[in-house]
Write a protein that binds this ligand. Sequence first.
Ligand SMILES: NC(=O)c1ccc[n+]([C@@H]2O[C@H](COP(=O)([O-])OP(=O)(O)OC[C@H]3O[C@@H](n4cnc5c(N)ncnc54)[C@H](O)[C@@H]3O)[C@@H](O)[C@H]2O)c1
Length: 251
Amino acid sequence: MITPSGMLAGKIAFVTGAGSGIGRATARAFSREGAKVLAADLNGAEETAAMIAQAGGEAYAVAVDVTDQSAVDAAIDALVARWGRLDVAFNNAGINIENKRDHWDRLDLFDKTMDVNVRGVMICMIAQLRHMVPQGAGSIINTASTAAFSGIAGPGYVASKHAVMGLTRAAALRYAEQGIRVNALCPGATFGGMMSKRHDPESLKTKARAHPMNRIAEPEEMAEGVVFLASDRASYMTGHPLVIDGGFLAE
Ligand SMILES: NC(=O)c1ccc[n+]([C@@H]2O[C@H](COP(=O)([O-])OP(=O)(O)OC[C@H]3O[C@@H](n4cnc5c(N)ncnc54)[C@H](O)[C@@H]3O)[C@@H](O)[C@H]2O)c1
């Protein structure tokens, strides 16, 4: 149990993929630290907003597909109309739908993965920067992966996460002088929807052994890194890949 320290007091935050796993844990951690949160997802965001309300925080949910630019624009505009500004955005929605050995000829899976994981992040950043630039402030965190630095997964997933890291760096440089920081979270294996959909108990053990700490992370362990990047305590950090991976990339 982490003691709240008000790291995000008064901040207005937007989270995608907030209906599950890392996104849900982060939306809840943002609220614990004092932010108001719009939880966005295809499914499950209502439940996350209800959890936040139950804990005494302020949140609402929107069902949005991050590949639908007009829907994302509308969601962000509505948030700003409601709460007056946008301080923090966590662009975290993502999919991992390939089998890394057998799907090298599946351009359909490649295209779908790039669409959600890369184009979705770009669509979200465009909408967010429209509000953050006039404010002269903001913190954007995009979810990449250890697969931004290795070829560990399927072709679309690896390419998409390398691309998220590239987009993060390009946006960080472009908007550095305008007071907007853009960083990335790079998780190692983490419990949540994606992990349980892809692995049975035996392969979870194998996955855990691939990490020097010999376990899979809890989504809350990712959320704490995102809270830090979102907060003013990370005021001189931009373009940074925050790797939280139990030592995976150190090997
Ligand atoms: N879990 C891991 O081991 C791991 C490791 C590295 C990176 N990641 C990344 O972390 C992020 C979150 O993953 P997770 O483990 O919490 O998975 P998850 O499946 O629990 O959550 C992902 C969420 O994204 C949502 N989503 C998918 N497509 C969407 C779309 N088009 N529009 C809106 N929402 C959409 C899903 O509905 C789901 O709720 C992803 O970007 C993933 O690639 C996860």
